[in-house]
Write a protein that binds this ligand. Structure first.
Ligand SMILES: [Zn+2]
Length: 329
């Protein structure tokens, strides 16, 4: 746990957490090692930590307001979910009425998807930073306050290698995607040596103005080896769909993708919600969505609009991509 917290302390310090911060953690940790690591790391830096696990979402927002918290940590899904509840159920403008300055995101790729990041930053009036870790390995990466368009590998503790998805050849050049193979350099209780994380990443072709020499990966984790699937013969990363949906201001944050087979042909259905008051613009919005999807993913979609608030909401990791062609999809 000491080692895990030390890894996390690198993450939080690089994102500007200092001993003047009051940090809210809106989850119960139970036996979930990452949040304990984050909690102890924030204390190590000197922050005051407020665990908000027993509260519901409304009470968490009000508690952050009451205590003038300056930072919190959550999945991107929940960062947007809390904003939605604050706005629509509590009538609070969190960007103005709360004092949150920075948010550390983990558990999903959203903070490295530019359109999702923008939605979160605008809703909270705060900087949003990505952190990628895994229980099997540890807190292996972070985005720093420069927000360079990628995350630094936490190279004080981890060796990261990238292997070609098909041949296993080591990739050292930038911009070529492969899967991450990770070694925790001094993890002893549960050694982690050349672990196949199944995360798809690529080296960046830029350096960071923060001055850290730890290497960068471009755009965070692009998906899981299992998520990057062929639909209609085209390789599709679910993060590309998210990037498009969240780029269209008239659409709500939630969406769902269902891939199925109609006979021998793949069918891809995208469900979206129009924001309240935008119903009259449906035709125009959907035409734009279709165009952008075709440009960014090279696939045609069936699109359905659903009433605002009717698609599933999630507190931790979302399951918005459902592939019914595979068992358990
Ligand atoms: Zn940096």
């Amino acid at each position: 746990m000491e080692w895990y917290s030390e890894c996390w302390a690198y993450v939080l310090y690089s994102q500007g957490f200092r001993d003047t911060d009051r940090v809210f953690i809106p989850f119960g940790y139970n036996i979930f090692v990452a949040f304990w690591g984050a909690h102890y790391a924030a204390e190590k830096i000197g922050c005051e930590v407020v665990p908000g696990g027993v509260l519901d979402t409304k009470a968490r927002v009000l508690k952050m307001q009451e205590l003038k918290c300056t930072a919190f940590m959550a999945t991107p899904t929940y960062v947007l979910g809390m904003a939605d509840i604050a706005r629509n159920r509590l009538g609070i403008d969190i960007a103005k009425e709360l004092t949150i300055e920075k948010i550390t995101c983990a558990g999903e790729p959203g903070a490295s998807i530019s359109t999702t990041k923008r939605r979160m930053e605008e809703a909270w009036g705060a900087k949003v930073y990505d952190h990628i870790g895994a229980t099997e390995s540890g807190a292996w990466s972070y985005e720093c306050t420069e927000q360079p368009g990628g995350v630094h590998i936490n190279e004080a503790f981890f060796l990261v290698e990238i292997e070609d998805l098909e041949t296993g050849e080591l990739i050292t050049e930038p911009n070529r995607v492969g899967k991450m193979i990770i070694t925790a350099l001094d993890r002893t209780a549960k050694p982690c040596i050349r672990f196949d994380s199944k995360d798809v990443i690529r080296w960046a072709n830029f350096t960071c103005d923060c001055g850290r020499s730890f290497r960068l990966i471009h755009g965070g984790v692009l998906g899981r080896v299992d998520d990057i699937t062929k639909v209609k013969g085209v390789l599709l990363a679910p993060t590309a769909i998210e990037e498009v949906v969240r780029s269209i201001a008239e659409l709500g944050d939630e969406y769902e993708v269902v891939v199925s087979k109609k006979g021998d042909i793949d069918d891809i259905l995208l469900k979206v919600e129009l924001l309240p008051g935008k119903e009259g613009e449906e035709e125009f919005v959907l035409a734009r969505l279709k165009d952008q999807l075709r440009i960014k993913t090279n696939i045609g979609y069936r699109i359905e609009t659903h009433p605002y608030g009717s698609l599933p909401r999630y507190e931790l990791k979302a399951r918005r991509f459902k592939d019914l062609r595979v068992k358990g999809g």
